[in-house]
Write a protein that binds this ligand. Structure first.
Ligand code: ATP
Ligand code: XMP
Ligand code: GLN
Ligand code: MG
Length: 548
């Protein structure tokens, strides 16, 4: 019997993603009010859905509904019998599907607008529910170049702005709503209330999804039970464990679920931080009680990366090689068990290793499922898009539905020490995506040394926990300098430090100048081959956190 999925155990909302960069925020807003939700590509056919959402939200999109090849919603959504809310493109798609008209508008709206809420009064209780508690005006945030120009039949206007006469609409009798503004962004201050009205009052979801307490009814216990069911009595799991927050939390869950049948493996891919493998080994055994095998595959990874400059190629090589290494390790562990049985025929018969544990999070998944969306082709996360096509191990990813801050909360509940839970993320492809140009042992050493100094000084200044992620990027650029009265012609590094809630958007961190001065001076003095230090002041978007 298959274990029940989360969407079978809790009232859940389905978000259909049309590729907006804010789609994931709708997910967050629902989960913040303790309602579980899942995002699927807008191409999802309702007939193929094997669970029953209590409501559906259609996201925004970079497309226009009248474009050739614009993403289309399955019209069955409107006959599915649950409430539907369209946001921006979602509203336009609702209008388009119900006989309305959508055209490019004369006044594109990017940024703040004042929405005038229109209450329809007696006989229109359902339509008035969306803006319950919001009386007249509210500030909203818009990002659109099209708008509804002809209202579809049987729809009423429930909100307008000076330039958008159909900024919020509702069907006269069915629970179908559309808002032109982005209710999901924090720049729409009362947007949360609108989503809450939809999810709780209109869809009637019970707000009981949480990981915040360790009772039998909550995430940890359910997940442990689910893992036990998947693995059966004897099944064994090999774990891709990096010492990062995600895989440490996943490893701890797995260890609680199946104990010694879980084998944690850290792969030294030659592009880890300085002394990373040693430190992680110590941390996992001492802090988590998880036995970790470190596999030194650095020669193999570096040989494959030789001469490779293209970022996507680097990512794919690393993702693929990881899987080869895990499959080989799994075979070794199985062979060891067979040998033990030969020497001790009465001993325990151990199960096969069928599963690979990964600490994949929801944002990793979102980037790879987004419908032709802006995020779809930005970069291939090694643990999602970089996997081998014909891998033998099946994936087990307990955190696949969670965001980073939720994983940290889970880590704290599992008793994982603060210094581990609070670690800055470090990407699986490691320094290979922080060394621009070809990766060589020498370049790795330079990047490692500079990175160690940067993090060390951040810690000394007491800033580590204020910064979400900090690292050094080694540029393929040489510049002239003067050191000890001699001319140098050496490499340039750039420092990257960002603050972010969920790593989907980020802002650069404003350092006190004296800290930057110390970092710059130490790097140029202590790292041979570097004579200049620059600071990256790009936010995401338009940049990304990593440079490759
Ligand atoms: N060097 C490594 N050895 C083994 N597995 C790894 C390694 N690097 C990454 N992984 C696997 O890839 C997954 C994704 O990496 P990612 O960096 O996103 O997560 P993490 O390392 O667990 O946490 P963090 O985001 O805090 O660094 C990890 O959870 C882990 O399963
Ligand atoms: O494990 C990982 N494998 C990857 O392939 C990968 N690419 C980016 N990242 C991390 O994701 C966050 C967002 O990074 P970007 O803004 O560069 O996409 C940042 O925290 C990045 O460090 C990765 N992590
Ligand atoms: N943010 C959106 O969903 C925009 C929808 C559509 N592309 C427009 O410009 O109106
Ligand atoms: Mg990591």
């Amino acid at each position: 019997m298959a274990a029940p999925a989360i969407h079978d155990s809790y009232d859940s909302i389905l978000i259909l993603d049309f590729g907006s960069q804010y789609s994931h925020l709708i997910t967050r807003r629902c989960r913040e009010i303790n309602v579980y939700c899942e995002m699927l590509p807008c191409t999802q056919k309702m007939a193929d859905l094997d669970w029953k959402p209590k409501g559906i939200i259609l996201s925004g999109s970079p497309f226009s509904v009248y474009d050739d090849g614009a993403p289309r919603v399955d019209p069955a959504v409107f006959d599915y019998g649950v409430p539907v809310l369209g946001v921006c493109y979602g509203l336009q798609e609702i209008a388009w599907n119900h006989g309305g008209k959508v055209d490019p508008c004369d006044h594109r709206e990017y940024g703040f607008a004042e929405l005038q809420v229109i209450k329809l009064g007696p006989g229109h209780e359902l339509a008035d529910k969306l803006f319950a508690g919001i009386d007249r005006e509210m500030q909203v945030w818009m990002s659109h170049g099209d708008q509804v120009s002809v209202l579809p039949p049987h729809f009423n206007i429930i909100g307008k702005t000076p330039t958008a006469p159909f900024a919020a609409i509702a069907h006269e009798s069915k629970p179908i709503f559309g808002v032109q503004f982005h209710a999901e962004v924090t720049h729409s201050p009362r947007g949360k209330e609108v989503i809450k009205s939809f999810v709780l009052n209109i869809c009637q979801c019970k707000a009981n999804w949480t990981m915040a307490c360790r009772s039998p009814d909550t995430f940890i216990e359910k997940e442990i039970a689910r893992i036990r069911q998947i693995c059966g009595e004897k099944g064994r799991v090999i774990g891709a464990v990096s010492g990062g927050v995600d895989s440490s939390v996943a490893a701890k869950l797995m260890h609680e679920a199946i104990g010694d049948r879980f084998h944690a493996v850290l792969v030294d891919n030659g592009v880890l931080r300085e002394n990373e493998a040693k430190q992680v080994h110590k941390m996992l055994s001492e802090d988590l009680g998880v036995n970790l095998t470190v596999v030194d595959a650095s020669d193999r990874f570096l040989a494959k990366l030789e001469g490779v400059e293209d970022p996507e190629q680097k990512r794919k090589i690393i993702g693929n090689t990881f899987i080869h290494v895990f499959e080989e390790e799994a075979a070794k562990i199985e062979a060891m068990a067979e040998k033990e049985l030969e020497t001790n025929p009465g001993g325990e018969v151990k199960g096969k290793i069928e599963w690979l544990l990964q600490g994949t999070l929801y944002p990793d998944v979102i980037e790879s499922i987004s419908f032709k969306g802006p995020s779809a082709t930005i970069k291939t996360h090694h643990n999602v898009g970089g996997l081998l096509k014909d891998m033998k191990l099946k994936l087990i990813e307990p955190l696949r539905e969670l965001f980073k801050d939720e994983v940290r909360a889970l880590g704290r509940l599992l008793g994982i020490p603060a210094h581990l839970v609070g670690r800055h993320p470090f990407p699986g492809p490691g320094l290979a995506i922080r060394i621009l140009g070809p990766v060589t042992r020498d370049q790795v050493k330079i990047a490692q040394k500079a990175d160690t100094i940067f993090i060390d000084e951040i810690r000394k200044a007491g800033l580590y926990d204020q910064i979400s992620q900090a690292f050094v990027v080694l540029l393929p650029v040489k510049a002239v300098g003067v050191q000890g009265d001699k001319r140098t012609y050496d490499q340039v590094v750039t420092l990257r430090a960002v603050q972010t809630e969920d790593f989907m958007t980020a802002d650069w961190y404003v350092f006190p100048p004296e800290v930057l001065r110390r970092i710059s001076s130490r790097i140029t003095n202590e790292v041979a081959g570097v004579n200049r230090v620059t600071y990256d002041i790009s936010s995401k978007p338009p940049g990304t956190v990593e440079w490759l």
